[in-house]
Write a protein that binds this ligand. Structure first.
Ligand code: C2O
Ligand code: CU
Length: 498
């Protein structure tokens, strides 16, 4: 090979200077290659074998061996799964598992998904958080026709942004998501070294009776819709209160996804602190310390944590009630989420926390048009309806935007419940929360709008024209009408009518 960059020590074949960082990296490499530890009772600096088997996700098989293409099949079908011990639940699944298979690719990869619907009703797949061409967005009647039972559809798009995403149906979604249709999708940045031992945690719930059968989708009537239905069975990667076996003192990188129909997750891990390094659209500009991370439906969090405990003991992680409006925490107790069991080896030292930061330019928004979007709940003669500016989805008139334009959306919530607002097709930045600037900068697609709060977001419609949906991700609220559309037109593509 021609040696063009002899000045760059990373490419030079000759001996590079031994900087302290290089020496440390080299030592780490040597240590990792050794079969075991050198010292007498030194703990093995690795997770126990099969440490995450208790929460393992099935993984989508890549049918195309070539670099740059991830090609998979997804088959939606009903499958009897043991969610509660000794009971079979007729779960709605992708490829027979809840969650569906983990899909993983790298920035720039083309993802091809050959999807077949073997469910008893129409469905689609929406790629939550991914910037995809409009025709791939999975919104029935807006971006594609629903995929009928027995029919197929191929989703085909490029993975543009590193981060933690997920996929789920957009037809009858309060029901279909509640029955188990969701899966995780990770886009890796090949240049990014690992921050710790990675764990993907897709949190959800199911409304089951003692026999493991689903409660009616409309159980509880209007109250169920108002509160948003929270399932009785809390699920971590499809399991009830699973166990993770860990080496005490090793840093972990959790990619957490809230895939529940309506439930917020506040994660309590006794005696532990987290560092939140990112969320929806990958890493945030700077890390933030958090004690109990909160996720709304649809939202993701990237967290660093060092589980530490006496060898052989275990800690119960808990779901904690989240204040999300009228009566939402009344008489609610913490619930078991999953357990961390410490291996029978002494605690190791995690080493300094990696400095995780990302250069994110603030979207210039001053002077941009400001559009008010009130998240509304109305009790009228037609019964309970929800909407955007009092307009339910059944009467929607699309908002408008031009490709390349930035708009400021003012999300107003004077209703009795919090609403996790989600926009398809592009990321946004949060400007302020009740007038207070929000930092660190981050790319988001989902933002909680608490009761009596106003949040302004800067939305840049920079890449994909088309009609995009936005809605409350409490799927019972979306079903009641809290959804709307924005039509993004490309002036360059428009043919002048003359
Ligand atoms: Cu996960 Cu329309 O959303
Ligand atoms: Cu809502």
């Amino acid at each position: 090979m021609a040696d063009s960059g002899s000045e760059s020590d990373s490419a030079a074949p000759s001996e590079p200077p031994m900087t302290p960082r290089r020496a440390a990296a080299l030592l780490a490499l040597i240590a990792a290659a050794l079969p075991c530890c050198s010292g007498d009772d030194a703990a093995p600096d690795a997770q126990p074998a099969g440490w995450q088997d208790g929460v393992a996700l099935s993984v989508a098989e890549d049918l195309d061996p070539s670099d740059g293409i991830v090609e998979i099949t997804l088959d939606a079908r009903v499958e009897g799964l043991e969610i509660l011990p000794g009971r079979l639940t007729p779960a709605w699944t992708y490829n027979g598992t809840v969650p569906g298979p983990l899909i993983r690719g790298r920035v720039g990869d083309r993802l091809l998904v050959h999807f077949t619907n073997h469910l008893p009703e129409p469905t689609t797949i929406h790629w939550h958080g991914l910037r995809v061409p409009n025709a791939m967005d999975g919104v029935p009647g807006v971006t594609q026709a629903p995929v009928q039972p027995g029919e197929s559809f191929t989703y085909d798009f490029v993975l543009q942004d590193a981060g933690t995403y997920w996929y789920h149906p957009h037809v009858n979604s309060a029901a279909q998501v509640g029955w188990g249709l969701y899966g995780a999708l990770i886009v890796d940045d090949p240049a990014q070294p690992p921050f710790g031992d990675e764990l993907v945690l897709l949190l959800s719930d199911m409304s089951l009776n003692d026999e493991g059968q689903f409660l009616g989708v409309d159980a509880g009537g209007d109250f169920g819709d108002l509160f948003g239905r929270e399932g009785s069975a809390l699920l971590v990667n499809g399991r009830v209160n699973p166990v993770l076996e860990v080496q005490s003192g090793r840093r972990q990188h959790w990619r957490v996804i809230d895939g529940a129909r309506s439930r917020y997750f506040t994660i309590g891990f006794d005696g532990h602190a987290f560092t939140k390094i990112g969320g929806d659209g990958g890493l945030a500009a700077t890390p933030v310390p958090v004690t109990a991370p909160i996720l709304t439906p649809g939202e993701r969090a990237e967290l660093l944590v060092v589980p530490t405990g006496a060898p052989g003991t275990q800690v119960q992680l808990q779901w904690l009630p989240t204040e999300r409006g009228y009566g939402s925490t009344f008489q609610r107790q913490p619930e078991d989420l999953f357990r961390v069991r410490f291996a029978d080896t002494p605690t190791v030292a995690p080493g300094p926390e990696p400095q995780v930061s990302r250069a994110i330019a603030e979207t210039p928004w001053s002077g941009a048009p400001e559009i008010s979007m009130e998240l509304t709940i109305d009790q009228g003669s037609m019964g309970l309806t929800m909407g955007i500016n009092h307009i339910p989805f059944s009467e929607v008139v699309p908002f408008r935007a031009t490709l390349g334009e930035t708009q400021v959306w003012k999300l107003i919530n004077n209703s009795d419940f919090a609403h996790p607002f989600h926009l398809h097709g592009t990321f946004f930045q949060v400007i302020d929360h009740n007038g207070k600037p929000v930092r660190p900068l981050a790319w988001r697609d989902t933002i909680d709008v608490p009761v009596d709060h106003t949040i302004r977001i800067a939305v840049r419609f920079d890449e994909h024209p088309g009609t995009w949906m936005f809605h409350c991700h409490i799927l019972d609220h979306a079903k009641k009408g809290m959804m709307a559309l924005v039509e993004v037109t490309d002036p360059a593509a428009a043919t002048p009518s003359r």
